[in-house]
Design a binder for this molecule. Structure first.
Ligand code: HEM
Ligand SMILES: *[C@@H]1O[C@H](CO)[C@@H](O)[C@H](O)[C@H]1NC(C)=O
Ligand SMILES: *[C@@H]1O[C@H](CO)[C@@H](O)[C@H](O)[C@H]1NC(C)=O
Length: 501
């Protein structure tokens, strides 16, 4: 409640100073969704249920309309057939401006401006290559070992009875720790970092206020958040990190980059330090992966017939590689083997389709006519935001029949990934966009996909699985609408038991 008041407060401040508010619509501009509280625009309604809100506007105003949200004019392009024209990188639309403005203050580092840190921004972006291509193989291999370690030590006990655990907690603890070990490396002694649970607790506290921080609510209005963030950031102190072994190439490269920057070296000023960059990567690498893993696992356990097919394919792929699965042995799945798990991949894609809500944002660099298709264009003004909201596409009954239902094989055709989806009889170039698009598309998407596959493989191979309450279905919490994978409204209780031979 309190947080809500804060939000209104800030919106009013922002909007009062926004002169564009006084401007009127010009001919050629998209229709403006009118609001009865002009100062707040449609921010609150949008936050409550973005998908529903946008669908209502689409019915009233058509496929392209402008909404005033928290002081910003945002033009939504709702027809996915128009996406390719927006995603194409043009000189007039900037993909990075928006994130460059809001992300640094969220994580507590100064904006990476070329004037201050020449060339750094480009080099940071180039480091993303280390999550992809050939570099994905060592990461995937390391992740497999780390997941195996966590499963073995936390979940493999000898008595073969049923155990229960909250499912989100299960996914969260295993994925958080295994991802951390894979990306940042192992502690000096022992195979696991001792403070991992504490770190995750603080992380969750930070993550819970993340939607407010990214909305530019000042951190001092958010209780303990600043102290928690400092604590999280200080986890990456150089004297600490230098003791970790088997750190990923990606983090090693980034540390190197920051070390080369004289200005960033001030160890005592935590908030302006490269440590905050490391913390931002921790957030990026687990905040979406955890709920995505939950939904993938949840939907399979909820649909035993699907789970059976997926599990059989995993066993078959192992057997084709010359390994007969045994619950008493380690399991290794190579990157190539993970690629062959089409039913698992389709199930994950299907759960991403049902749970993702990312918004793709570009900022107009000048007043210009944005071409939508061969016939249509709309005028936009410098500084306006052009937004794609793929959740509307993901839940469009014309593209996905029975869109609210989980169909595990929806993305399989002739034992391969299905790629033809249609709207108005035309084949869509983009039909699934949980990872964003264009030049800001998530650089960790291949790693994310593989680690979710690995988690689900281990879960299905080593355990019999049931939901304690089969009739309970968590809904999506919409406070992260536009920011990534939505979290479940409630946890569910997972029953699991070591599988016999
Ligand atoms: C299911 C899991 C994940 C989802 C759904 C996801 C989704 C996204 C989305 C929607 C964006 C923003 C794209 C845009 O602005 O258009 C993004 C950015 C990013 N993601 Fe992911 N992500 C996931 C996992 C990961 C993982 C595992 C890593 C790293 C290991 C990662 C690293 C990043 C980074 C570094 C960025 C910022 C890229 C930039 O600055 O341009 N993500 N992600
Ligand atoms: C260390 O990392 C490499 C990849 O960078 C991986 O292949 C290897 O399995 C890892 N070793 C351990 C002990 O985790
Ligand atoms: C799953 O989605 C990704 C894009 O997010 C795509 O590259 C891949 O081909 C899809 N796989 C299947 C089986 O649909």
């Amino acid at each position: 409640m309190c947080v809500c008041c804060v939000y209104i407060c800030v919106c009013v401040c922002v909007c009062t100073f926004s002169t564009s508010l006084l401007s009127y619509r010009r001919p050629g501009e998209p229709p403006l969704v009118s609001s009865w509280v002009p100062f707040i625009g449609k921010a609150l309604e949008f936050r409550k249920d973005a998908h529903k809100f946008l669908e209502e506007q689409r019915r009233k105003y058509g496929d392209v309309f402008t909404v005033l949200i928290a002081g910003k004019y945002m033009t939504f392009i709702m027809d996915p057939l128009l996406y390719p024209n927006i995603i194409k990188h043009g000189r007039q639309l900037d993909f990075h401006k928006f994130t460059q403005e809001v992300v640094p203050s969220t994580f507590g580092y100064p904006p990476v401006l070329d004037e201050v840190y020449p060339g750094l921004w480009d080099q940071i972006r180039r480091s993303f290559q280390l999550l992809q291509g050939d570099n994905l193989s060592p990461l995937t291999e390391s992740m497999m070992g780390n997941l195996m370690l966590v499963f073995r030590q936390d979940h493999f006990d000898q008595d073969g009875g049923w155990k229960t655990n909250s499912m989100y907690e299960f996914c969260s603890s295993a994925m958080f720790e295994a991802t951390f070990l894979t990306i940042y490396g192992k502690p000096e002694t022992g195979s696991r970092h001792v403070e991992m649970e504490k770190l995750r607790e603080d992380f969750v506290k930070f993550d819970n206020v993340f939607p407010l921080l990214i909305a530019q609510i000042p951190i001092w209005l958010l209780g303990q958040t600043k102290a928690i963030r400092e604590k999280l950031i200080s986890y990456f102190l150089p004297q600490q990190m230098s003791r970790w072994s088997n750190m990923s190439q990606f983090i090693r490269r980034r540390s190197e980059l920051f070390n080369q920057q004289g200005q960033l070296k001030d160890v005592h000023k935590l908030s302006s330090h490269p440590l905050a960059h490391h913390f931002a990567i921790l957030w990026a690498s687990v905040s979406n992966t955890i709920p995505a893993t939950f939904w993938a696992a949840y939907y399979l356990v909820k649909h035993p017939e699907a789970l059976q097919v997926v599990r059989q394919q995993i066993l078959d792929v192992l057997r084709d590689g010359g390994v007969e699965f045994s619950p008493n042995r380690y399991t290794m799945l190579s990157r190539d083997q993970l690629d062959k798990l089409v039913f698992l991949e389709s199930s994950i894609n299907e759960s991403l389709r049902l749970s993702s809500s990312s918004m793709n944002i570009r900022v107009a660099q000048e007043d210009f006519a944005l071409r939508l298709d061969a016939k249509r264009s709309v005028d936009v003004r410098k500084g306006d935001i052009i937004a794609l909201y793929p959740q509307s596409m993901h839940l469009d009954p014309e593209i996905y029949e029975d869109p609210q239902t989980f169909h595990f094989s929806r993305f399989v055709q002739d034992s391969r990934g299905k790629t033809d989806f249609y709207k108005n009889g035309q084949k869509l170039k983009y039909y699934l966009m949980p990872f964003g698009s264009g030049s800001t598309i998530c650089p960790g998407r291949f790693f994310a996909m593989n680690e979710i596959k690995q988690f689900v493989c281990l879960l299905l191979l080593y355990f019999d699985l049931q939901l304690e309450d089969e009739h309970k279905h968590p809904s999506l919490v919409s406070n992260r609408a536009g920011l990534g994978i939505l979290q479940p409204s409630t946890d569910v209780v997972l029953r699991y038991r070591r599988r016999a031979q």
